[in-house]
Design a protein. Structure first.
Length: 117
């Protein structure tokens, strides 16, 4: 499975960009897709995940109410709508996929989101 993330860049605080992650290859092996992020000098943290079959979602407390994850099954693509961005949201955002929500077998290349105040 290959994951291609896009949509990052330099944005202003309060902006609402959307990240995309397109999956290709053996996508039938994927049950969950998610987003993680790694801020400068910090470890990679979980952001959000979605279950492919029923669309159920889960969010980290830090983004709950501001970010929305969604999917387009026909396009094998997952999205992360980010609203009310804060400078502390600055990070490299990675999409991931796996058979279970706790075992992420595939990772995208990461897309940098820089939020200026």
């Amino acid at each position: 499975v290959q994951l291609q993330a896009s949509g990052g860049g330099l944005v202003q605080a309060g902006d609402s960009p959307r990240l995309s992650c397109a999956a290709s290859g053996r996508t039938f092996s994927i049950n969950h897709m998610g987003w993680f992020r790694q801020a400068p000098g910090k470890e990679r943290d979980f952001v959000s995940r979605i279950k492919w079959s029923d669309g159920s979602t889960y969010y980290a407390d830090s983004v709950k109410g501001r970010f929305t994850i969604s999917r387009d099954n026909a396009k094998n693509t997952v999205y992360l709508q980010m609203n009310s961005l804060k400078p502390e949201d600055t990070a490299v955002y990675y999409c991931a996929a796996g058979r279970t929500w706790y075992q992420w077998n595939y990772w995208g290349q990461g897309t940098l989101v820089t939020v200026s105040s």
